[in-house]
Design a protein around this ligand. Structure first.
Ligand code: CUA
Length: 320
């Protein structure tokens, strides 16, 4: 079950932010309770017999001195508590920077309106590969994610793993995190970026090391030659139509970079950055009229004859 919950930390970064959150919450609760108690006490002391007109008596010099002392003590305590919150915040920030980055996995994530381009970096260029809207990471290993934005400001946020980080066009930011539990964690764009901002999701899938290694090797393999007449027809349509102008499929001549890399498209869970589940029916609808499923998306409609659409879907389904 995918999770999207900052209070269920799956790694040290989110756990530290979670501790700060609880500390702030309990401190504020304590201040609120103390304030309400002081108010109740003041009201109780100021009570008058029913029906009697209040006759304010001039306070004695002693009472005034006492009141002034109470006010000074309250101001001092408030300042100390605020300083405490500030110190806790600075301490959390320092702890966030202590994640060991030895042997960290390097990933580049570029935000586009409205999808996520994910590139796995490697010193060997033949081991670099791209995927989209899904970030697969190994459990227990640090990950350094370089954050970029292609068009407008977006924000990277996987609540179970870390806080938010802005992605600003022309600037490079990084975020370091580690997942200590296997699972699927939902990521969201956390900065308003246009029409489909609310539907710009991605999954961070944390896999045990061996399964991650197998996934990585599989991602490095180029797309297989399609078998079967329909899939071959779909392949031909893909390469002769407009698909290849924007999309890439490794192992073919399609190497567009404007839209998600489709080399292992069929293994991904959703279409349109978390918009709909990746089924053949949804894929056919998406190709025919993406605007209907995700208004504003850059992909144009493709009004193909029925059998061509079916062939194209059949081909894309072979991209496991
Ligand atoms: Cu991207 Cu909001």
């Amino acid at each position: 079950m995918p999770m999207n919950d900052a209070l269920h930390a799956a790694g040290p970064q989110a756990a530290w932010i979670g501790q700060l959150w609880w500390f702030t919450l309990w401190l504020c609760v304590a201040v609120f309770v103390a304030l309400m108690a002081a108010l109740a006490w003041a009201l109780w002391r100021a009570r008058r017999p029913a029906g009697a007109m209040p006759q304010p008596a001039p306070p004695s010099a002693g009472a005034e001195r006492l009141a002034r002392r109470w006010v000074s003590a309250a101001v001092l305590l408030s300042s100390l508590l605020l300083m405490g919150l500030l110190a806790a915040s600075v301490l959390t920030d320092q702890r966030l920077a202590t994640l060991s980055l030895d042997g960290a996995l390097q990933i580049r994530v570029t935000a586009h309106q409205w999808w996520w381009e994910v590139e796995y970096e490697d010193p060997r260029p033949d081991r670099v590969f791209r995927t989209a809207n899904e970030i697969v990471i190994p459990v227990g290993r640090s990950v350094v994610i370089t954050l970029l934005a292609d068009d407008v400001i977006h924000s990277f946020w996987v609540p179970n793993l870390h806080g938010k980080k802005d992605m600003i066009p022309g600037r490079t930011a990084t975020i370091q995190l580690r997942a200590d539990r296997a699972g699927t964690y939902v990521g969201r764009c956390a900065e308003y970026c246009g029409l489909q901002h609310a539907f710009m999701a991605y999954d961070v899938v944390a896999l045990p090391a061996d399964r991650f290694a197998a996934w990585q090797e599989h991602q490095l393999t180029p797309a297989p030659e399609p078998a079967g007449a329909a899939a071959r027809r779909g392949h031909e349509l893909f390469l002769t139509g407009s698909c290849m102008l924007c999309h890439a499929v490794q192992g073919t001549s399609a190497n567009g970079r404007r839209a998600p890399d489709l080399t292992h498209f069929a293994s991904r869970a959703s279409i349109g950055a978390g918009q709909i589940a990746n089924t053949s029916q949804a894929l056919a609808q998406w190709i025919e009229d993406p605007q209907k499923l995700k208004p504003g998306v850059n992909m144009p409609a493709h009004l193909l004859p029925r059998e061509d659409l079916a062939a194209l879907v059949e081909y894309l389904e072979t991209l496991r």
